[in-house]
Design a protein around this ligand. Structure first.
Ligand code: PMP
Length: 427
């Protein structure tokens, strides 16, 4: 038995499923999770002494690569000064200002501890601001695990939302309308019928939780226009896309301005941080200025603020996103070539430093139904082929892939070499 296997057995005696977040359990690809002991740059090292090139990057935050010296130094310095005060620090204002400079639609913003908290709070604020209860989300988008957002579609756009999980009250799920991503006509029809009951639309402006699906031309603009017409709040969930697809996130990339934005992942540089913010007139409804309540013992935690500041400072250097985009493009082009040589139907998607891999002969995978039609067994085999050859991809066919600025030519070449072997094993 490997050390990872031993640790997994042991973990299961005390942690449900042995993991603290379900996707880590490898349920989507089979096999057992790997336990890691350290990471550096683009590389992960497991407890059995094996090394991997990492394309998860802790699900997004490690955009500079693991253990960036500036981030480590900032966290170490802050640790010596104090771990948490439960009172304001200058660091919080500095990080908030830096974020606002990069994402100007966030006129006021508040720090929280996770993406889930950011979206949950943004939804409450949108409801409190508009005095309406219904919300619109899109099939295949994930916005964290709060009750209003763990909801799947009923049959037909305007039927009641159904809980995605036991424990989510049906009475609450009913308030969530789930529509098809990239289908503007359906959104328009919905607003035609119940637009004046809808508090907000929440959307991943590039969907990253059903593989990686960019918005169709005009889709985000159309949602903006609907929200304007019906006085609903447009929320871009940029937990994944923020600081990754462009310095200013997907809203800068596509030139569409939301009313509220949620952030997570990169903003904490590997420590637990989320944020939500947007229009001043909306944000002023938040306590202590207004009646919508939201709070957090560790919100704005100084260690997390220090890690976030050091990370954002580094990725705001000139040419960072161009370089990240170029690395991603090079990787995807190489993977498509290797697949073609092996005769495997395969396509990819990319927005900046975020990408998707699809085992399919469809050319334009642009919605949840098409993602579901891809060959997940093949992905699982490819995943294990890559893992055996030292490349760590997402253990699920439905997650976007993440590259870091620390992925150099050597890592890209090694990844493609591994892919050649992994694709060959699929025949
Ligand atoms: N929104 C999006 C778009 C996400 O991808 C995620 C997490 N993957 C979340 C929200 C939830 O963030 P967290 O896991 O930090 O609660």
């Amino acid at each position: 038995m490997s050390r990872s296997e031993e640790l997994f057995e042991d973990a299961q005696t005390v942690i449900p499923g042995g993991v603290n977040s379900p996707v880590r359990a490898f349920k989507g690809v089979g096999g057992k999770p790997i336990f890691f002991k350290k990471a550096r740059g683009a590389h992960l090292y497991d407890v059995d002494g094996k090394e991997y090139i990492d394309y998860i990057g802790s699900w997004g935050p490690m955009i500079l690569g693991h253990n960036h010296p500036d981030v480590i130094a900032a966290v170490r310095d802050q640790a010596l000064a104090g771990l948490s005060f439960g009172a304001p620090t200058e660091l919080e204002t500095r990080l908030a200002k830096m974020v606002r400079e990069m994402v100007p639609s966030m006129e006021l913003l508040r720090m929280v501890n996770s993406g889930t908290e950011a979206t949950m709070s943004a939804i409450r604020l949108a409801r409190g601001f508009t005095g309406r209860d219904r919300i619109v989300k899109f099939e295949g988008c994930y916005h964290g695990h709060s009750d209003s957002l763990l909801v799947k579609a009923g049959s037909g756009a305007l039927t009641l939302g159904v809980p995605n999980s036991p424990g989510v009250p049906a009475a609450l799920a009913e308030k969530t309308i789930t529509l098809a991503y990239n289908n503007l006509a359906e959104a328009e029809e919905t607003f035609n019928q119940v637009g004046d009951e809808i508090a907000c639309i929440i959307i991943e402006p590039v969907a990253g939780n059903m593989n990686c699906i960019p918005p169709a031309p005009g889709f985000l603009e159309g949602l903006r226009a609907l929200c304007d017409k019906y006085n609903a709040v447009l929320i871009f969930d940029e937990v994944m896309t923020g600081f990754r697809v462009a310095l200013g996130g997907a809203q800068a990339y596509y030139g569409v301005k939301p009313d509220l934005t949620t952030l997570g992942k990169i903003i904490g540089g590997g420590l637990p941080v989320g944020a939500f913010g947007g229009r001043k007139d909306i944000m002023k409804h938040l306590a202590p200025l207004g009646p919508v309540y939201q709070a957090g013992t560790l919100s704005g935690n100084p260690l997390a603020m220090a890690a976030g500041l050091a990370t954002l400072e580094n990725l705001s250097t000139h040419g960072f996103h161009e370089a990240l985009t170029e690395k991603t493009a090079q990787l995807l082009k190489g993977l498509e070539e290797k697949a073609e040589v092996a005769g495997i139907p395969f396509t990819t998607s990319q927005v900046g430093g975020m990408f998707g891999l699809f085992f399919t002969d469809q050319k334009n995978v642009d919605c949840f139904a098409k993602v579901m039609a891809c060959d997940t067994d093949r992905y699982a085999k490819f995943f294990h082929g890559m893992l055996d050859n030292g490349v760590y991809l997402a253990p699920s066919a439905f997650e976007a892939g993440f590259i870091s600025i620390a992925h150099g030519q050597a890592e890209l070449d090694a990844t493609l070499k591994a892919a050649e072997k992994a694709f060959a094993r699929l025949n």
